[in-house]
Ligand binder design. Structure first.
Ligand SMILES: *[C@@H]1O[C@H](CO)[C@@H](O)[C@H](O)[C@H]1NC(C)=O
Length: 238
């Protein structure tokens, strides 16, 4: 008489466990995590959680989004970050401040962007409570700790190292910190030809800080301009 070591219900549980494991592992490994930093071009809802006037939580924002409701994106529909997520086959990243960003959702990455910010710390002061770029990087460090708790330190490091990083910054340094009012502090301090290299040098420091955090930007950084056409800035050589 053959001795069955596994009863059918036990087998079912083992099989189910296997299917779940197979289902979960590729999910954790196949899709690359995506980390988004920057301003309103990519903010997907962080400012909704902040006491600031820089917000996109009322119509007609979101009018062409699948829900037809405002989401906090400064767009009628999807924004650049969403389109990249779609193209790498990932679900959209959640805003870092979203309470839904827990557990397995952390593996997708996170969106740290906040409308109104710029390269300079003093850009967007009129919006008071926004997440400036160095704070976004601090939040990213916090994210790494949360990810480590979930998957372990080594795996978390791997996810971050292999992640895709998008940063869009720079438009507000012109629009809100230079041209918005005549005789702005920055325009009195710098003529335009001197302001641009100053911004680039400050932007370089940000990219260096990101590299120290083990992020290797895999996409060209987009430094936005007040023109409709974004300016592509090369990432620094390691
Ligand atoms: C901007 O703020 C960060 C963090 O508060 C600080 O480390 C950095 O030195 C500041 N940059 C400038 C140019 O003041």
């Amino acid at each position: 008489m053959a001795v069955s070591l596994v009863t059918p219900s036990c087998l079912l549980i083992i099989l189910l466990g296997f299917i779940l494991a197979v289902g979960l592992v590729p999910q954790a490994e196949a899709a690359r995590a995506f980390f988004v930093f920057g301003d309103s071009l990519v903010d997907n809802g962080n400012n909704n959680y902040l006491a600031t006037t820089a917000r996109a939580d009322s119509p007609p924002y979101g009018i062409d989004y699948p829900t037809h409701r405002p989401t906090g994106r400064f767009s009628n529909g999807y924004n650049i970050a969403d389109l990249i997520s779609q193209n790498i086959g990932s679900e959209p990243t959640l805003p870092y401040l979203s309470p839904e960003l827990t557990g397995q959702k952390l593996l997708v990455g996170a969106n740290f962007a906040s409308a109104g910010i710029g390269i300079l710390n003093d850009t967007g002061v009129q919006f008071v409570n926004i997440i400036r770029i160095y704070q976004q990087l601090a939040n990213f460090q916090q994210y790494q700790q949360r990810l480590s708790v979930l998957v372990g330190k080594d795996q978390a490091k791997k996810i971050v190292n292999q992640g895709l990083v998008l940063i869009t910054l720079g438009g507000n340094d012109f629009v809100n910190n230079y041209f918005l009012v005549p005789f702005s502090v920055r325009s009195r301090q710098f003529a335009l030809p001197a302001y641009v290299p100053f911004l680039i040098s400050e932007y370089q420091k940000i990219l260096q800080a990101m590299e120290i955090l083990a992020m290797k930007p895999k996409l060209p950084s987009i430094a936005s301009e007040p023109t409709p056409c974004p300016m592509l800035a090369p990432t620094p050589t390691p």
